[in-house]
Write a protein that binds this ligand. Structure first.
Ligand SMILES: C[S@@+](CC[C@H](N)C(=O)[O-])C[C@H]1O[C@@H](n2cnc3c(N)ncnc32)[C@H](O)[C@@H]1O
Length: 314
């Protein structure tokens, strides 16, 4: 049975399946303040957890455009949101093309835009997708399966310096240069093709004393490669710029990020867009980022690093 068939079977058996547990849904609804007849864009639809909550809140009297670059996510969301079939438009695309997407759909107004960044639990847990350092699988990491370069392409073709830069910039990895050297040494003998092989290389590169405490030794490298493979930070810059252009006056922009590089971009972009010296037309609603409550973190440990920032266009 193919990966997609398995996913669809599980989603049909239980549409609330643990494909992904949406984070801070109450806070998103409260800050988005959706109104009947409004138009909302979920730029990172995943399995539709946030979209479902927004539509429940307005008794399905709103229009939601759900975008995801992962075809598996679109399939899962279609299943989960089938009771709202007439109100949701599904778009398999990249939120860095937000303006074109909205223009093609001829949407006259946008009342709210949500970005829930990063990867879903499904993407992380499915070994075949290659995001996980806990499971052995092909070294892929592409959110949009089949498009662009994979992590395997990067580790087997980039120079030591290029790999070091990626691990340092996107993973803030202290042992970046050592890991890059070990990767190149290993690939000179045979190409690196699986997540398991890469984990072993990272473990060999990081001195034992540094591996004894802290998170999994491969966590930073995997985060860095994932960001590079999917151009995540460039897409975020572009997505926020375009969101600001298409949002109607009074419309709300909500961003949930999961690591400091993303949060820094959201914070500085919001500040720039709200600065009167730049003729900013954004009012920041969250002076400090909102984080999940203790109960949510206990129930869903993956929510622990989430930071939510919200703003309103005027
Ligand atoms: C954290 S999950 C979102 C989960 C979703 N809020 C839910 O309730 O199920 C992030 C999703 O964003 C998608 N994604 C990440 N970057 C994207 C981009 N540039 N354009 C479109 N989708 C993107 C991923 O494929 C993933 O499905």
């Amino acid at each position: 049975m193919s990966q997609k068939d398995r996913l669809m079977r599980d989603m049909k058996a239980n549409p609330q399946t643990d494909y992904h547990t949406a984070v801070m849904t109450d806070e998103v609804v409260w800050l988005m303040h959706p109104k009947p007849g409004g138009v909302y864009i979920d730029c990172t639809l995943g399995s539709g957890g946030h979209a479902h909550r927004l539509l429940e809140f307005v008794c399905d009297d709103a229009q939601v455009i759900g975008i995801d670059r992962d075809q598996d996510a679109i399939s899962a969301a279609k299943q989960r949101l089938k009771c709202f079939r007439d109100t949701v438009t599904f778009v398999h695309g990249n939120f860095s093309d937000l303006q074109d997407i909205v223009e093609n759909l001829r949407i006259p107004q946008v009342d709210g835009i949500l970005f829930d960044l990063g990867v879903s639990s499904y993407q992380l847990d499915e070994a075949e997708r290659g995001f996980s350092y806990m499971e052995d699988g092909p070294l892929d990491m592409r959110m949009n399966q089949g498009a662009g370069l994979s992590a395997e392409d990067l580790v087997n073709t980039l120079s030591v310096k290029e790999i070091t830069d990626i691990l340092r910039t996107y993973g803030e990895e202290r042992w970046a240069a050592r890991i890059a050297n070990f990767i190149v040494e290993k690939r000179d003998k045979a190409p690196i093709t699986t997540t398991g092989e890469l984990v072993e290389i990272i473990k060999a590169a990081i001195p034992a004393r540094a591996r004894r405490s802290g998170p999994h030794p491969a966590r930073r490298t995997f985060q860095a490669l994932r960001i590079a493979v999917n151009h995540e930070l460039d897409n975020l810059h572009e997505g926020l710029e375009q969101a600001m252009k298409i949002l109607s006056a009074g419309g709300r922009l909500i961003v949930i990020s999961y690591h400091s590089l993303e949060d820094r971009i959201v914070k500085t972009t919001f500040l720039e867009m709200s600065d009167p010296r730049n003729h900013g037309s954004l009012r920041i609603l969250t002076r400090k980022p909102i984080v999940p409550c203790r109960e949510e973190v206990i129930a869903n440990p993956r929510s622990r690093s989430a930071k939510l920032r919200a703003a309103e266009k005027f």
